[in-house]
Design a binder for this molecule. Sequence first.
Ligand code: SF4
Ligand code: SF4
Length: 372
Amino acid sequence: MSHPFDNIKKNFGFGVMRLPLDENNKVNLDEFRKMVDYFIDNGFNYFDTAHVYLNEESEKALKECLVKRYKREDFVLTNKLSSSCFRNEEDILPFFNLQLKCCGTQYFDFYLMHAQSRNNYEQYQKANAYKIAKRLKEEGKIKHIGISFHDSAEFLEKILLDHPEIEVVQLQFNYLDYDSEDVQSKKCYEVCVKYNKPVIVMEPVKGGRLVNLPLKANELLKNLNNGSNASYAIRFAASFDNVFMVLSGMSYMDQLIDNVSFMKDFIPLNDKEIDTLKEVVNIFNEIPTIACTSCKYCLDGCPKHIKIPSLFTTYNNYLLFKEDSAFEAYKHDSNENNKASDCIKCGKCENICPQHLKIRDLLVKVASTFEK
Ligand code: SF4
Ligand code: SF4
């Protein structure tokens, strides 16, 4: 789409949530600086963060590698109000000011109510979060108000009716979730079109799951047009008229170089590519993998310190590739006290999981596969 926000240069953005961390939980700033420069040198300028990303290091890394080094009007910065960062109305302004300070900026171009769903919406309502965002917009500290969203199309419609001040909606949108009844990408997208809300896409490669494809699907894409698996997933999302931005949570320079190569002069998918992706979806649907996107939101609250996303990735890889090395990977990610079977079923993880996964039941499956 030709987007409605004139300071944005291209339809592809840098999600700063998956950079590698060292043993002290710090981002490799030298590498990130190079990635920022490469991204900007190639004509892109949109960056997406949240205080909770990368153990609270994402904002600080952006300050060092982007904000201090480029003129403010030359890049677009999106930040979010996450439910874990406030309890009541009084917490919100101090938290917002902390975010400005961490990023070293006077304003955010977009400010999103993070991961809105029926699990947390009441918290935002009670704390008048939307009202406060409107005030911050009047003061020039936010240019545009939006939400990121993880729930049904029906619930999205309710929020948009409650809050006409919402200007953009960030959706989980990819070719695997497009027709899914759980994620409802297509239905949510249609609600955005109905209410004239431009869409930002997150998880176009579903946390990497559309990169590591089942072997049969991998072959199909290999024989298509020499594009990487990620290229088809990202171009799929960017091909929709009402999508003005597709984010990729890039972790490495090689990933960035690949993404830039096909998004610099973006070409929408052609019919043959779309048909091939439909075949890929059919292959995926034959294998009952776990729909975890490795967002890691569930990790902090788990009293047993179970590495839930790592165990789910290992389980999925085992289903997809049937390699014995998955048993080694499972041992590596669990020790005597944090195996899948050590889950005490408190349910804290399920309250926060944006994919609404039945984590407790899934861990039982994982345990029965790897702890025989
Ligand atoms: S239900 Fe299990 S995995 Fe989830 S937070 Fe509780 S102990 Fe951890
Ligand atoms: S289980 Fe849910 S919350 Fe945890 S990493 Fe996966 S998608 Fe995220």
